[in-house]
Design a protein around this ligand. Structure first.
Ligand code: FAD
Ligand code: NAG
Ligand code: NAG
Ligand code: NAG
Ligand code: NAG
Ligand code: NAG
Ligand code: NAG
Ligand code: NAG
Length: 527
């Protein structure tokens, strides 16, 4: 779909990459060495293929084995910045030598766009910059880009029993990518998403300058809240508002199969889940499970909930709004907010919260592929049947149906660059994983088929997608290029009506399109 607004093309960006030579690379490395300060020498942060720890530095932060390639000959070096000046030096030297960078905080990008490129490139890795400071009395925190959500959650809980942050469920996700892409989690119905609580940020721009909210201006500050940081600069840190939670929350997880009548429960769930009290987040996860006979498969839906209150009150809400679930008191677990974060990360109740702090991360174990959709009217039961039939063709696929509503209906779509707000019943995440490279093509093919089956039931014109669930199939360009027409295809799905302003901000702050990648925002000024 083309974005429907009149544009005067001041800049037509479809640059064929000038060939990167050995000379560019040599000049880049010399530039780094000449600019580095003796106090914070960049050599301590610079890895090339000859360093004995190059491969481990690379793979520790490549979550998806499908994209991870330590032997990538396009990868010139990794700068694992230990100091902010290393970030500035890398930007200045890469730009002046026409070398692309990929910014990586913790490498959870679903398509590996923080660590791959089809032209020569340098990874600017932020994992060493991960300090977190909590200011309990003002309910604020500064968090550096390389911190993980698990580290942030732990620091908050150490400082207060009744403060939390609205962000994702996976403790190893990085603050740099996660927050700039929106930051979806189970406090969404009460508090919205991460970008709704960002009050300041530090960023290195295309000139290598460090800016904060006041010096970058409201346009750029708006863009990095949901537009993805990597089109605009390198996020060094975020200043966030912490949100209030009770000392005791309640969680549960209940399964039901098709044979146990889950279709009726899930249909009803579609009608009520976005209208429940904001304190309740009730998600549904359709997945494949063993059937009655050992050689049979069926669909089970796991319903997982988090309630900002007691089990007793939660029981009362469910028995009124979704009695079909058959929830029992013993299914419910009361616990602190920090303990709910291990529950959502799929650790058994009682697991020590130290699991949230695992570092360094392990080399990627699995290959995976994900896609997303937004649902605005209930999927009819016959549609659900079609989806299950398709899912049963896979060995290893699941979906997450994550409810919207609550405060998401109240926040204007243009308040931040993240546009998916009012009118969504829920968001779907599709996720398939496997352990053998031989079946990659087959799995990618099955994912496309599943996405085709759901098409009649989800948002259209455009078919919306969530930036944090990066999906290269919805449109992309080769690394060396940014084609505006192509960018309007993926951009309109990720950003809807906010795309125009994002392109305008991009043109203002990075007119030469230094910060570009396969799904970046092109610099294009509307007049
Ligand atoms: C297991 C798992 C669970 C997840 N759960 C959730 C969830 O609950 N909710 C949710 O919203 N998302 C979730 N995600 C998606 C996740 O939020 C995104 O993949 C996010 O971009 C990861 O951030 P990162 O810094 O780890 O990734 P990276 O791969 O390092 O970066 C992702 C993108 O952001 C850019 N970027 C990274 N750091 C910076 C920076 N400092 N400055 C500018 N640009 C930067 C990269 O260039 C890339 O384009 C999950 C992902 C995984 C793998
Ligand atoms: C990588 O190797 C080079 C050359 O031996 C060395 O100067 C540099 O300090 C090493 N980098 C790191 C991060 O150890
Ligand atoms: C990278 O190359 C090494 C040495 O040639 C090889 O052993 C290894 O399997 C390769 N790794 C990948 C992921 O291709
Ligand atoms: C729900 O079903 C899944 C898939 O069979 C299984 O892995 C999980 O343990 C079940 N959970 C509960 C709470 O029964
Ligand atoms: C949180 O979990 C820990 C570890 O299992 C447990 O010891 C503690 O009692 C729990 N606290 C709360 C309030 O849930
Ligand atoms: C956001 O949208 C509202 C309503 O459409 C409009 O009045 C407002 O000017 C917009 N704000 C920005 C910053 O575009
Ligand atoms: C993958 O395919 C290759 C080549 O066909 C074969 O040699 C290998 O055994 C297969 N691997 C697995 C795990 O099946
Ligand atoms: C890039 O843009 C062009 C023009 O729209 C398109 O034909 C192409 O498929 C895009 N994608 C890639 C990967 O080049």
């Amino acid at each position: 779909m083309k974005v429907g607004f009149a544009l005067f093309l001041v800049l037509l960006v479809s640059v064929s990459e000038a060939k990167i030579t050995k000379q560019n690379i040599g000049n880049f490395l010399r530039c780094l060495r000449s600019r580095t300060s003796p106090l914070n020498p960049i050599t301590e942060a610079l890895y090339n293929h000859d360093n004995s720890t190059f491969v481990s530095t690379y793979v520790s932060y490549t979550k998806n084995k499908r994209c991870s390639n330590p032997n990538d000959t396009n990868l010139i070096a990794i700068v694992a910045a230990k100091h902010e000046s290393h970030v500035q030096e890398t930007v200045v030297c890469a730009k002046s030598n026409e070398i692309q960078i990929r910014i990586r905080s913790v490498g959870h990008d679903y398509e590996g766009l923080s660590y791959i490129s089809s032209v020569p490139f340098v990874i600017l890795d932020m994992h060493n910059l991960r300090s977190i400071t909590i200011d309990v009395s003002n309910k604020k925190a500064w968090v550096q880009a390389g911190a993980t959500l698990g580290e942030l959650y732990t620091k908050i809980a150490e400082a207060s029993k009744t403060l939390a942050f609205a962000a994702g469920v996976c403790p190893t996700v990085g603050a740099g990518g996660h927050i700039s892409g929106g930051g979806y989690g189970n406090l969404i119905r009460k508090y919205g998403i991460s970008v709704d609580h960002v009050v300041d940020a530090q960023l290195v721009d295309a000139n290598g300058k460090i800016l904060n909210r006041a010096s970058m201006g409201e346009d750029l500050f708006w863009a990095i809240r949901g537009g993805g940081g990597a089109s605009f600069g390198v996020i060094l840190s975020w200043k966030i508002n912490l949100v209030e939670v009770p000392e005791t929350l309640t969680v549960f997880k209940v399964n039901k199969t098709l044979e146990q009548g889950v279709n009726d429960v899930l249909y009803k769930w579609q009608l009520v889940s976005s209208k429940l009290p904001r304190e309740l987040f009730l998600s549904a996860m359709p997945q494949i499970t063993k059937g009655a006979k050992s050689d049979e498969k069926t669909i089970a839906v796991a319903f997982s909930a988090q309630y900002l209150g007691s089990a007793e009150k939660l029981m009362a809400i469910i028995s009124k709004s979704l009695p079909e679930l058959g929830l029992k008191r013993e299914d419910c677990n009361e616990m602190s907010w920090i303990n709910t974060t291990t529950f959502w990360a799929d650790f058994p109740v009682g697991t020590p919260t130290s699991v949230l702090l695992k570092r360094p991360l392990e080399p990627p174990g699995a290959f995976f592929k994900s896609k997303s959709d937004y649902v605005k009217k209930p999927i009819p039961k016959e549609g659900m049947e079609k989806i299950w039939k398709m899912m049963l063709k896979f060995n290893n696929v699941w979906m997450q149906w994550n409810p919207y509503g609550g405060v998401m209906d109240k926040i204007p779509a243009n308040a931040t660059a993240f546009p998916h707000r009012k009118g969504n019943l829920f968001k779907i995440q599709y996720f398939s994983f496997w352990n053998d490279a031989n079946v990659t093509d087959a799995n990618l093919g099955s994912m496309k088929e599943l996405y085709d089956v759901t098409e009649p039931y989800v948002s259209s014109n455009p078919r919306e997608a969530f930036l944090n669930y990066r999906d290269i199939d919805i449109g992309s360009n080769l690394s060396g290029e940014t084609n505006t027409e192509e960018a309007e295809i993926y951009g309109s799905k990720y950003f809807l009506g906010n795309l125009k302003r994002l392109m305008d901000v991009k043109a203002k702050y990075d007119p030469e399109n230094f910060f570009r990648y396969e799904q970046s925002i092109p610099p294009l000024r509307a007049m």
